[in-house]
Design a protein around this ligand. Structure first.
Ligand SMILES: *Cc1c(COP(=O)(O)O)cnc(C)c1O
Length: 407
């Protein structure tokens, strides 16, 4: 087992304060809602407008010029839905508070968010990207295939400084990484980046467990589809960053159209309000399952990050496809971060699009299973996993013995 410790306790999370001096748990339920009481509202309104009326077209021209210059959100109504949306803006404001950044810009999916970052840097002639494997399968594919004209150099965290070139526009890491849960020393990598922006995909940790901007990351990316939404019913992405970069991201979003729907913005704001509670409860379940898996002779290896969290991966001695076929309470499905527990086989699904040698080289073995632990009772989850793991071989070697000397 890589490591297993009690996940961040409630008091750890409470101590993480936002720039306002309020605790994270407080911001999670209040950020993005400051104006509501003054409007006589409690729940945030949903603005579905695609366009906004104005009898002052000279004024509109000035507002559009201002947006073209800096990408700053126009004062007053957004002109057109592709420039921004007030309901989505509430989610952006709240997420920026939780991540401790000036701004955040939301997109239609995590991949749309990453694409916008690559387009911002590429449009400045900085097409070279330095990245550390493993990454989420489609992020790896987007870079490897050069779909947006970027060129990637893969390296390990210690090699980042040497991999930088004059045209390097971005350094990209995930920590904990999908699906091996490998962790990167963010402060060390941020230092190695010098003036090149470091993007940390913080999807797995969420701002409850880790705030990369505090360690020097200029860009913090989320597939908001996962923990931020938290209920498996919203596809979304977001980049938390400084206002200067946010302006460029809004300009790219305006020009390429990967906007988030206002209903999704509403659900994400609602999801944030329970994020700290969900992450802590699911992490406690995960830590208990890690202990049981690690003691089980049918399991060859368990991966669990030092910072904790609700993602667990493990390698089985037997056939991982059989395990997937036998779960009943746990849902065999890709994606993660929902209230219910999901399991999938990365080599077949989430990382299928990555070349098999690259995938194995990044530690994504063919016997690896990835578990996104939800909020069910932990004994019910274990009963399902125990059955899914199949017969216990009578002469199987216990994990601790099997692992002695490995690592
Ligand atoms: C799912 C995922 C993405 C992609 O996000 P989508 O919302 O599916 O586009 C990016 N990074 C990580 C770590 C993910 O798990």
């Amino acid at each position: 087992m890589d490591s297993a410790r009690t996940p961040t306790s409630p008091s750890d999370a409470v101590r993480i304060t936002a720039a306002t001096g309020r605790a994270l748990a407080t911001e999670a339920v209040h950020a993005g809602r400051d104006d509501l009481a003054g409007q006589g509202l409690h729940a945030p309104p949903i603005d579905l407008s695609t366009t906004y009326p104005s009898y002052d077209s000279r004024g509109e021209a000035a507002r559009i010029d201002a947006f073209a210059a800096t990408g700053a959100e126009p004062d007053g109504p957004p002109v057109y839905g592709r420039l921004g949306n007030p309901t989505v803006a509430r989610f952006e404001t709240a997420l920026a508070k939780l991540e401790g950044t000036e701004s955040a810009v939301a997109f239609a999916s995590g991949m749309a968010a990453l694409s916008a970052v690559l387009l911002v840097r590429g449009s400045m002639g900085l097409r070279h990207v330095v990245a550390v494997r493993p990454l989420y399968g489609c992020s790896d594919h987007l870079l490897t295939a050069g779909l947006l004209g970027s060129e990637v150099t893969w390296t390990d965290p210690a090699g980042v400084a040497d991999a930088l070139r004059p045209d390097t526009g971005l350094v990209l890491v995930e920590s904990p990484a999908n699906p091996t849960l490998a962790e990167v020393d963010l402060r060390a990598v941020a230092h190695a980046c010098g003036s090149v922006p470091l993007l940390v995909d913080n999807t797995f940790a969420t701002p409850v467990l880790q705030r990369p901007a505090e360690h020097g990351a200029r860009l913090v990316l989320h597939s908001a589809t996962k923990y931020l939404g938290g209920h498996g019913d919203v596809l979304a992405g977001v980049v938390a960053c400084d206002e200067e970069f946010a302006g460029r991201l809004r300009q790219v979003r305006f020009a390429t159209g990967g906007v988030l729907h206002p209903l999704a913005g509403y659900l994400l704001l609602r999801g944030l309000s329970t994020l700290p509670v969900r992450v802590r409860a699911a992490s406690a379940n995960a830590a208990e399952l890690v202990a049981r898996l690690a003691a089980d002779p049918r399991v060859a290896r368990v991966h669990y990050p030092r910072i904790g969290g609700a993602m667990v991966s493990f390698e089985v001695h037997g056939d991982p496809h059989e395990v997937i076929g036998r779960v009943r309470l746990i849902t065999p499905a890709v994606s993660l971060g929902s209230v219910d527990t999901l399991i999938q086989h990365p080599a077949s699904i989430s990382h299928r699009i990555v070349d098999a040698d690259d995938r194995r080289g990044a530690g994504v073995g063919d016997r690896l299973l990835r578990l996104s632990v939800g909020l069910e009772d932990v004994d019910d989850l274990w009963a399902d996993l125990d059955r899914a793991l199949g017969e216990r071989a009578p002469d199987a070697i216990p994990l601790r013995e099997a692992l002695s000397g490995a690592e």
